[in-house]
Write a protein that binds this ligand. Structure first.
Ligand SMILES: [Zn+2]
Length: 322
């Protein structure tokens, strides 16, 4: 009864956005309360589960470095956030199809002791592994791990605090351009903490079952294609998950906030190359629109699902189910 009410309620809310619909998105979980940590739905034959690893708080001065306060403040109000408090989850997504269990990104990781780095303590208590366990998924069950880029919030869960691989049977997929950048002198000026995460979680993969993807569109597995989306980092990928006519586009950090879809000229401090980041945003928006894709965004309000539509010469985002 409660479930029926929810579905009815969300359908009514979605009705307010003519471009939003639930085709291909069968809701299996509950609603979207703030505390929700696991959300499951289906894309065609693929069962998708979004896990909330952590919550983080970003600031407008980093997210929107060139937005004027007069334009930014009313925009942020529409999303019920303030310039000094933009809450953002870190997520990971599990795809289950046949005998495959594919994890996209791995969260921040977990350590009992705070990580002390240059005198600053970092408390890392990511919940991904706890939540996988809760869903009866063991690390050994994961057949594939797709790593969209090498920032700490996406790679921290690959190894334990003691350096043991969390997914011992997996094949690891990432783009060769991301690998090359972070293993060259080009990344020498990156924060030491980022480099620490990479040395601990990424570099050891070279002796394991590593698959480096190449080019603009690369098939990873049947129904799963990596789409190069550089700019945030040099080798970031988005993931196009397709089953029948249904598509899910995991956009990773190509967009950190829905306002980056609505305002392609607003830049973030977290992108290495603003021009390429903008080109990748346009590419992903056109792709999602052409194939009417459901979108999953890493840093948007959990579980980060929604759709985009054209509005005049620009784009509008609408959360699905909200
Ligand atoms: Zn991120």
């Amino acid at each position: 009864m409660r479930r029926r009410k929810f579905l009815k309620g969300s359908a009514a809310m979605i009705g307010g956005f003519p471009f939003l619909h639930l085709d291909g998105l069968k809701l299996l979980g509950g609603g979207f309360p703030m505390e929700e940590e696991v959300f499951t739905f289906e894309v065609g034959q693929i069962r998708c589960t979004v896990f909330r690893d952590l919550m983080f708080k970003y600031q407008a001065k980093d997210y929107f470095i060139n937005a004027s306060p007069e334009e930014l403040e009313p925009s942020l109000r529409r999303y019920h956030v303030t310039p000094d408090n933009i809450p953002s989850p870190f997520i990971a997504v599990l795809l289950q199809l046949g005998d495959k269990k594919i994890l996209i990104d791995t969260g921040m990781g977990f350590s009992e002791k705070p990580l002390v780095f240059r005198g600053n303590p970092y408390v890392i208590k990511g919940r991904l592994h706890h939540l996988l366990h809760q869903e009866k998924i063991k690390g050994e069950d994961i057949t594939d791990v797709i790593i969209t880029h090498f920032h700490p919030d996406h790679i921290g869960g690959l190894f334990t605090e003691q350096g043991k691989l969390n997914f011992p049977n997996a094949r690891f997929h990432t783009h060769e351009d991301e690998w090359a950048y972070w293993h060259s002198s080009l990344s020498g000026n990156q924060p030491a903490l980022f480099r620490y995460f990479i040395e601990k979680n990424i570099t050891p993969l070279k002796n394991l079952n590593l698959n480096l993807l190449r080019g603009d569109f690369a098939d990873v597995l049947p129904g799963i294609t990596a789409v190069k989306a550089e700019g945030h980092t040099p080798g970031q990928i988005a993931i196009n998950i397709h089953s029948g006519k249904n598509h899910l586009l995991y956009i990773s950090d190509a967009f950190l906030h829905p306002l980056h879809m609505e305002r392609l000229d607003w830049q973030t401090n977290y992108d290495l190359d603003h021009q390429k980041a903008r080109q990748s945003r346009v590419k992903l928006l056109e792709l999602a629109h052409r194939d009417d894709m459901l979108i999953n965004a890493f840093h948007f309000s959990f579980p980060g699902l929604g759709r985009i539509d054209k509005s005049g010469s620009g784009w509008v985002w609408g959360y699905t189910g909200k």
